[in-house]
Design a binder for this molecule. Structure first.
Ligand code: AMP
Length: 183
């Protein structure tokens, strides 16, 4: 299994900026824009993801709205695979299936085009997003992928918040990989 060296991990970690109390008091927002505009960190990260996932025999990469699109689309191109956006409700123009998930207050909903993963049943899909917190978004995304007839083989995050139980809950459904863990 491909692992990051200590130096590579540090380059990625150091490139992520913490914003206190955004979008509301008590939240430490992990800002990945400072990873994206750091060419060394972005290259180390994308090369690591490429090395890891070239062994997986994947059919598609699915990215979660919106930061998952950035990493997912770049990785799909590197691996020579198609990319599928999983979007917030109301953004996709063709027939969709959707899944609701709980937020701290209220619910949200994401959707995917019904034919996004082609006609072949059991297409192998990697889901990617920038961060897992409670796991609600990724859980709904994995449910959607499986409902289309494809198979979510792993969910990948640049950052995993391990002080929440999102990763544990998602692991009941699929494999989970976080490049960086925040304890
Ligand atoms: P969750 O469904 O609780 O796992 O939340 C994951 C989604 O919310 C991801 O799409 C993240 O981009 C975003 N998110 C949640 N918490 C944070 C955070 N502390 N910093 C940055 N993004 C976050």
């Amino acid at each position: 299994m491909i692992t990051l060296s200590k130096t590579e991990k540090q380059i990625i970690e150091n490139s992520i900026r913490d914003i206190q109390d955004f979008p509301k008091p008590g939240i430490v927002f992990k800002d990945i824009t400072t990873l994206l505009n750091n060419k060394e960190a972005y290259a180390v990260l994308m090369n690591h993801l490429y090395q890891r996932y070239k062994e997986y025999d994947l059919d598609y990469i699915a990215g979660i709205d919106a930061r998952g699109f950035i990493f997912g689309a770049a990785l799909a191109q590197m691996l020579g695979l198609g990319f599928v956006p999983i979007r917030k409700k109301g953004k996709l123009p063709y027939t969709t299936i959707s899944e609701k998930y709980a937020l701290e207050y209220g619910v949200d909903e994401i959707e995917v085009h019904i034919d996004a993963f082609g006609k072949k049943k059991g297409a192998k899909v990697l889901i990617i997003d920038d961060l897992i917190a409670t796991g609600g978004t990724a859980n709904a995304a994995a449910t959607l992928v499986n409902q289309t007839g494809a198979t979510c083989v792993e969910c990948c995050f640049i950052i995993g918040l391990t002080f929440l139980d999102g990763i544990k809950k998602l692991e009941e459904k699929t494999n989970v990989y976080s490049v960086i863990e925040v304890k």
